[in-house]
Design a protein around this ligand. Structure first.
Ligand code: HEC
Ligand code: HEC
Length: 455
């Protein structure tokens, strides 16, 4: 097995998306002004840090952010009204590593908004009390802009840490975080029903075609206008007026996203086996996942994905359960109803059967990332790993090219839980469903896996 990874240069679209954020008019996903430069003074807030490492490095690891060529991906400092504000960009979640290769347009397998919230509340509050002391002794003046940024960043961290909007495992982002905005706009408290809709960050390949089916894992959102994708920004405190003012930027982002091409499988492929796999795929899988063809220049032909009712696919229902009739009513009357609209599939309890471009890089599989390898996905749910480690999930040593996905590091029940262990027994994290194909023999399953490497 040649283990050399192609170090292809990122495309123009990928480079632009690396810089993309929707921090506008001092609002969006951000931290308090100045905090990034003073992090090491807040070290004691986080227990068990290493003396030989800056707190920023420690947090990068704890929060599951990726590093590439020595830089932390998705956090940057923006100058706003003479203040230096740490801003979170889209690629903190929407780029990640697979087999050691950094890829824009796949989800970050380790991003941990819940941990960011828990740590962030402590860090932000300590920083506020330190800077308030400086204000009292006239060593610092906080402008109204400063206080506004500070309030909103504490508020965002509190939301990220709120159990109603927070997953218990890294790699999962709850849609209830975005959902909570619709309740806020309605002066209502976010519901306590226990559904949080935690999903892995999906891939961006073929997004323009996907919009014709609908946005998100269940196609809840009407594709045009594509307002749902600014969900994390509105929940971070942007105003509807502001969103309308920059909406052109959202439309431009959609064309950049849609122009991305899937990264080729970086290791060798057995073409004869892949061809046999294609025949089985076309027979067994294509009715839901569609067919795959390529243009003369090698770019994929994207198609609109299909919907499959929950009772047919049988995967974890939590993401669909979050979409209650009450939630849909609030979406319909939100102050951004001109930009964030429902599709005719909203509330229909169906998951989209995702198109499978670059599926080799998109493990762990299913909308909730509950199945570590493709080969496991083709087995009975009861034969899939129950608890597995997500540690360094995107690094090369964690890539299994045979089963395709995460190398098997099962964690026995005696090991206490932590956020880097995916436990399929937790609510919303079940690995059940997608089981109708288990009658294929092992050789046929291997051939399908070989074929999927070509997509
Ligand atoms: C905290 C992590 C996070 C950040 C930051 C983030 N997203 Fe997402 N994004 C998600 C998740 C999770 C989903 C999937 C939600 C679902 O399917 O229920 C998603 C979905 C999407 C989709 C695909 C929707 C689909 O139908 O397949 C697009 C496009 C998108 N986001 C764009 C953006 C843009 C642009 C930004 C930056 C302004 C951004 N996102 C920031 C987590 C994030
Ligand atoms: C009855 C329709 C149907 C058939 C047939 C089907 N799938 Fe799926 N598949 C789905 C749906 C729906 C999902 C999304 C379910 C979820 O995430 O909860 C899915 C998810 C997947 C995923 C995970 C995608 C991701 O982003 O994690 C892979 C991989 C996959 N299917 C491969 C296959 C293969 C290979 C076959 C044939 C052996 C197959 N599927 C047959 C409907 C189907």
């Amino acid at each position: 097995m040649p283990f050399a990874v192609n170090a292809t240069e990122p495309s123009r679209e990928a480079s632009e998306l690396m810089k993309l954020d929707f921090f506008e008019g001092g609002r969006g996903m951000h931290l308090s002004p100045g905090i990034l430069n003073k992090l090491d003074q807040l070290r004691d807030v986080i227990g068990g840090t290493r003396a030989d490492e800056s707190l920023l490095r420690t947090l990068t690891r704890r929060w599951g952010l990726q590093e590439h060529r020595g830089e932390i991906i998705g956090i940057k400092t923006v100058k706003y009204k003479n203040l230096h504000v740490g801003v979170l960009g889209c690629v903190a979640c929407h780029s990640g590593k697979a087999a050691g290769q950094h890829i824009v347009g796949i989800g970050n397998k380790t991003i941990d908004p819940g941990r960011i919230g828990i740590d962030g509340v402590r860090i932000e509050k300590r920083f506020k009390s330190l800077t308030d002391t400086l204000v009292r002794t006239h060593l610092l003046k906080k402008s109204k802009t400063w206080s506004g940024l500070e309030d909103r960043s504490i508020r965002l961290m509190e939301k990220l840490a709120d159990p109603r909007m927070s997953a218990r495992t890294q790699g999962l982002v709850p849609v209830s975080l975005v959902g909570s905005w619709f309740y806020e706009m309605d002066q209502a408290r976010a519901p306590d029903h226990g559904y949080i809709g935690a999903v892995k960050v999906p891939s961006w390949f073929g997004f323009e075609k996907k919009l014709e089916a609908g946005q998100f894992a269940d196609g809840i959102g009407r594709g045009h206008p594509p307002g749902w994708i600014i969900g994390v920004e509105i929940t971070s405190g942007q105003t509807p007026e502001q969103v309308r003012a920059y909406f052109g930027k959202v439309e431009r982002a959609v064309s950049l996203i849609s122009a991305l091409t899937p990264p080729p499988y970086p290791f060798s492929i057995d073409r004869a086996r892949a061809d046999r796999g294609k025949a089985i795929f076309d027979r067994t899988c294509a009715k839901c996942h569609g067919n795959y063809s390529f243009q003369p220049d090698g770019k994929p032909v994207y198609e609109v994905p299909k919907f499959v009712p929950l009772e047919k696919i049988g995967t974890d229902p939590d993401r669909l359960d979050y979409v209650t009739p009450d939630f849909l009513t609030r979406v319909l009357r939100s102050p951004l109803q001109d930009l964030i609209q429902l599709s005719d599939q909203a509330g229909q309890r169906k998951y989209i059967a995702p198109r499978l471009h670059a599926i080799w890089a998109r493990f762990p599989y299913l909308h909730n990332g509950s199945v570590p390898t493709l080969r496991d996905l083709l087995e009975k749910a009861s034969d899939r790993p129950v608890r597995f480690s997500l540690k360094d999930a995107g690094e090369r040593y964690r890539f299994d090219p045979v089963r395709m996905g995460l190398t098997r590091i099962e964690v026995p029940a005696s090991v206490p839980s932590d956020r880097s262990i995916y436990d399929t027994r937790l609510h919303g994290q079940s690995n059940r469903g997608h089981e109708k194909f288990i009658d294929l023999n092992p050789q046929e399953k291997d051939e399908i896996v070989e074929y999927l490497k070509t997509l």
